[in-house]
Design a protein around this ligand. Sequence first.
Ligand code: SF4
Ligand code: SF4
Length: 98
Amino acid sequence: MALPANPGRRGLLLGRPVIVDQRPVAALARSCLALRGIACMSCRDACLTGAIRFSLVRGGAIPRVEAEACTGCADCIPVCPASAITLVAPEAREPSRA
Ligand code: SF4
Ligand code: SF4
C-alpha cells in the first residue's frame, strides 16, 4: 500500500497526531573498502540493530543500510577504517530494498 506523499500534513488535516520520523540515518560513501573489493565488515559488527547488511557479490560482499532499522546512533562511524559512513537527514535516506 502506498503511503500518502505527506503523511504529517495529512494527519493534521484529519485531526490526528502523526509522528514523522526525523532521525538521521547512516549512509555509505564510495570510499567504503567493501565496495572497492576489500574485505571489511567492521560497521556491521558495530551495529547493534543489524541495520547494516551485506549482500554477496562476485568476489566479496557489499554493504547497505536498512533505513528502517537504523536508529542514527552513530556507533558505526568511528569503526570504519575508510571514514565512509556519515549520518544524513531523513529525506536523504536510501529507499529500503525488500
Ligand atoms: S566499516 Fe567502512 S569500509 Fe568497512 S564495510 Fe563498513 S562502510 Fe565499508
Ligand atoms: S547509525 Fe547506529 S543503527 Fe544506524 S547503521 Fe550505524 S550503528 Fe547501525
